[in-house]
Design a protein around this ligand. Structure first.
Ligand code: ATP
Ligand code: MG
Length: 361
């Protein structure tokens, strides 16, 4: 297969510096999927044989080591940050026994340095285990058969699907993200375990689920992703409040709003912000909380601030959305009625959330 050409010079620069220092270095994960499918990658994950200290040595102050248990390096090129992680292997059954698994620690990351081959085996799906080196032949390392699966549009687990999902139920959500973002199908061996393991998502660390939510929010496939979660019985364990309103009129409003946001975000007509994304998906429940039609959100209402704050918080419970984001999302919602009040226009224009509120309005 010919090498795709659209990798940015900055990414090539990061890879070149690692390789020139004698280390293996590849792009892996979502960026490789996107490049192979002619999409523009949002960000790049880099996998290397260099240990975090060696990465630090190569990049000096441009590298920051983060994480206590799973150490990886953030390498900065200008304002862009690349996540550079060292090849790992899965812990042996003995090593696994000595570790706590229910303390919210990322099980998939809780492991030792290893080789590229071992690193590929511990990843979740074959399409996520394609290693791409734009600088040298062979350009691709694809031990798990991800390229043919990508071409066939198949999400296939690496190893035993039931075991791999049980060992980390966040993978259920990750599988459905692939279905929604690329229109892939679950491999026949994966569909049943996905449904079976969906309830286990409730036991996953809320912090990790929040991280996945932020990644979903950044992409223009929110409506499809939540719909896939609903279809496979996962939404009630991920965002229970959204699941409860899904079938009613507020659910219909939510789906339409998300679809429109996705369309605009995909077309570059919309500037993404976390607060705006959170406000958008909280609009329908807020509207419901405000008494829905006839006036709903649009009419002046005494308790509006408190009601909106509560409804944003409840929309994402039990995920640990930081208070400042909940407050910003509430402010965005709070500004909406002012678009219909000519007298409020001046104050509206000066508000720091004005541009996001306008997008939502
Ligand atoms: P996105 O486009 O959302 O960033 P991604 O596949 O790059 O998708 P990341 O969360 O950035 O997802 O993770 C990068 C890579 O790390 C994945 O492609 C996969 O190989 C591996 N990975 C991430 N989370 C897990 C997990 N829970 N279990 C196994 N492998 C994982
Ligand atoms: Mg990624």
């Amino acid at each position: 297969m010919a090498a795709p050409l659209s990798v940015t010079p900055a990414v090539k620069g990061v890879l070149a510096r690692l390789q020139d220092a004698g280390h293996q270095a590849y792009i892996v994960g979502g960026a490789v999927r996107d490049l192979l499918l002619d999409r523009v990658p949002k960000d790049y994950d880099i996998a290397t044989s260099a240990t975090p200290e060696e990465v630090r040595h190569v990049f000096g102050r441009a590298a920051r080591l983060i994480g206590r248990r799973f150490r990886l390096a953030h390498v900065y090129c200008g304002r862009t940050c690349y996540e550079v992680s060292t090849f790992r292997r899965e812990p042996s059954p003995e090593e696994r026994k000595t570790r706590a698994t229910d303390d919210g620690v990322m099980i998939w990351q809780d492991n030792q340095f290893g080789t590229l081959e071992q690193d590929a085996r511990r990843r979740d799906f074959t399409v996520n285990a394609i290693y791409y080196n734009p600088l040298r032949e062979p350009h691709f390392r694809d031990d798990c058969g991800g390229i043919p699966d990508l071409r066939a549009g198949l999400v296939r687990a690496i190893g035993d699907p039931g075991l791999r999902l049980a060992e980390d139920p966040v993978r259920v959500l990750r599988a459905l993200k692939l279905v929604a973002e690329y229109g892939f199908r679950l491999d026949s061996s994966l569909a049943t375990p996905v449904r079976e393991q969906a309830p286990a998502l409730s036991r996953s660390s809320p912090a990790r689920l929040y991280e996945e939510l932020l990644k979903i929010a950044r992409k223009p496939y929110c409506a499809e992703t939540f719909a896939a979660c609903r279809q496979y019985g996962l939404l009630q364990h991920f965002l229970p409040a959204m699941d409860r309103l899904w079938d009613g009129s507020a659910g219909e409003l939510l789906r339409r709003l998300l679809a429109e946001r996705d369309r605009r975000l995909g077309g570059g007509e919309y500037s993404h912000s976390r607060a705006l994304a959170l406000a958008t998906a909280a609009f329908a429940p807020a509207w419901l909380a405000m008494g829905a039609p006839p006036g709903g959100l649009w009419e002046h209402n005494e308790g509006i601030e408190k009601t909106l704050r509560e409804s944003v918080r409840k929309s994402y419970s039990p995920l640990p959305v930081p208070r400042v984001l909940t407050a910003r999302a509430r402010d965005i919602l709070l500004l909406l009625p002012r678009f219909r009040q000519p007298a409020a226009k001046r104050r509206l224009l000066r508000h720091p959330e004005y541009r996001y509120a306008r997008e939502l309005y």
